[in-house]
Design a protein around this ligand. Structure first.
Ligand SMILES: Cc1cc2nc3c(=O)[nH]c(=O)nc-3n(C[C@H](O)[C@H](O)[C@H](O)COP(=O)(O)O)c2cc1C
Length: 177
């Protein structure tokens, strides 16, 4: 039997795909923050709508540069992920504090995180919902994936510091390309 569930916790049932580490950079400043409130809007080019709150330093850099990178970490980076979510890059260099090594992206100023198995370079293509929902629409303009990682053990947020770790994959017949 299901029981009434508090509306304030509904998000924890709906948290979507893998937790991302959003990297941003503008002029001499750069930042990294975990992000789970996002949703796919289009196949090709890939479009992603994501919420980056105004209280976060990352939003300032995202607004200024209109570009970012969505990095996909696996469970090995869990401690660094939580650390990056509990402090602001306004006052500290999170890359140095959490030992996150980075490389230059091809098309955007924000860095690719070397220890993430995939990194997506993005441009902001729509800001109409920023004022209302703090939501930016991103177009992925270049994607990098480590081909050696077959079943990435990605992190999926279940709320309040609890994460599901992706494990076994199953394959069913599908008509999708
Ligand atoms: C698991 C997790 C998921 C998060 N998801 C988001 C998100 O989708 N959007 C957002 O604006 N902040 C999100 N946050 C909060 C930011 O990561 C956090 O406020 C961070 O310290 C911001 O850093 P900054 O000020 O350096 O940008 C999340 C935090 C955690 C721990």
């Amino acid at each position: 039997m299901k029981k009434c569930f508090p509306l304030s916790k509904v998000y924890s049932l709906l948290e979507p795909g893998p937790l991302l580490l959003l990297t941003t950079a503008h002029c001499d400043a750069s930042d990294v923050m975990p992000m789970t409130w996002y949703s796919l809007l289009g196949f090709e080019p890939p479009l992603v709508a994501c919420v980056v709150s105004a209280g976060n330093h990352s939003q300032k850099l995202l607004r200024a540069s209109k570009t970012c990178v969505l990095n996909i970490p696996t469970v090995e980076l869990a401690k660094q992920v939580v650390g990056c979510g509990n402090c602001s890059g306004a006052g500290i260099d999170k890359f140095a504090r959490f030992g996150l090594s980075r490389s230059a992206a091809e098309q955007v100023a924000a860095p690719l995180l070397d220890d993430c198995y995939a990194s997506l370079e993005c441009r902001v293509v729509d800001t109409r919902l920023v004022r209302r929902y703090e939501q930016f629409v991103l177009e992925v303009v270049a994607a990098w994936v480590d081909p050696k990682v077959k079943d990435p053990r990605t992190l999926h947020h279940r709320g309040y510091g609890k994460f599901m770790v992706a494990g076994e994959s199953i394959k069913l017949r599908s008509g999708m390309r």
